[in-house]
Ligand binder design. Structure first.
Ligand code: ZN
Length: 332
């Protein structure tokens, strides 16, 4: 397991060091340099390009000598990245927290270069691990998650393993929002479950990149990122990269599936999993025809964990393991 401690320091304006490192490492499929205004507009003409990395002016971490500035309207970003008119959406407010004036050139100040290199090396290690897995298994699928797995997630993993030789739990780690699970805890929790139930069939390989909570457009961005990481199959689940119920549950999948012919990676749709009263089991939505489906609530599971109460739709040993962890698991 790689050391992730330094990732905790990538808060505030330092999150732009992640974009900078990702860009240097060629992780963005359709962006190889820092954009000028024209390049931003051209980028957004192609929906399958995803989300570009833009660098606000006046950050203390960067040297801006020999750079030009340009302004992009908030409404334009709101529409093209977030697909909404709701400018109260918190992730959007975060996105423009440092203004909507951007720079054509940035260079991290000397004292931040070490952090940039750490991000690059972390991701390099992950890319290598993915390469090794692809040597061993023919059909590999990447699965993005930011939640503690309950029986619903296990069902989805089982379903994926019926179609693929191997599944990689491949979360983006980086600055998160309040209430999210800490990524070092997510790693511990997943590793426990994988050891217990998915012996060598499922791996956990995180990588460092920024989350925008931009639902459909971010699903495209995530798919492109997975392609550059080395994957050829990627799962889009319910409410992918959404927040505050801004997007409908299948909006991300419906959007990306229309762009499939333009993508280099196959997008796999997984409908939500539920508890079926008639089957008396957790099922994938389409796998039984009953109408007695009960939603397995992530919020309820989270509340149980906070209060150290067992949740009936999650692995008992896993919960016991979580209750035994001394550190806090959620971001305050
Ligand atoms: Zn059923």
């Amino acid at each position: 397991m790689q050391n992730t401690k330094f990732v905790n320091s990538l808060v505030g304006e330092k999150k732009y060091l992640i974009d900078y490192a990702n860009l240097k490492q060629n992780l963005f499929l359709y962006q190889s340099n820092i954009f000028n205004k024209n390049e931003v507009y051209n980028f957004f003409k192609k929906k399958h390009f995803g989300i570009p990395a833009l660098f606000p002016v006046k950050l203390k971490i960067f040297d801006y000598s020999n750079s030009d500035q340009y302004f992009i309207k908030g409404n334009f970003l709101l529409k093209n990245i977030y697909h909404t008119k709701n400018d109260k959406y918190k992730p959007f407010k975060d996105y423009v927290r440092f203004g909507n004036e951007f720079s054509t050139f940035v260079k991290p100040k000397k004292r931040y270069l070490n952090l940039v290199n750490k991000i690059i090396n972390f991701n390099k290690y992950s890319i290598n691990e993915i390469k090794n897995i692809k040597k061993k298994f023919k059909n590999v699928c990447a699965f993005q998650t930011r939640n503690i797995p309950h029986h619903g997630h296990e069902k989805i993993l089982d379903y994926l393993l019926s179609k693929y030789d191997h599944v990689v739990i491949n979360p983006l780690i980086g600055p998160k929002k309040k209430g999210d699970i800490k990524f070092d805890m997510l790693a511990k929790i997943y590793k426990f479950l994988l050891r217990e139930k998915y012996n060598k069939k499922v791996s956990y390989i995180p990588f460092i990149s920024n989350m925008f909570y931009a639902g459909p457009q971010e699903a495209v961005h995530h798919a492109n990122l997975r392609y550059t990481l080395g994957f050829r199959n990627f799962v889009i689940g319910r409410d992918h990269a959404g927040s505050e119920n801004l997007y409908t549950p299948h909006q991300a999948y419906n959007y990306i599936s229309k762009l499939q012919t333009h993508l280099n990676i196959k997008v796999e749709k997984v409908l939500g999993s539920y508890y079926c009263k008639k089957c008396e089991d957790v099922v994938i939505k389409t796998s039984c025809s009953h109408k007695t489906l009960i939603n397995i609530s992530g919020t309820e599971f989270r509340n149980c964990l906070k209060n150290k109460k067992y949740f009936k739709y999650a692995d008992f040993n896993l919960q016991k393991f979580i209750f035994g962890l001394k550190q806090k698991i959620f971001i305050n």
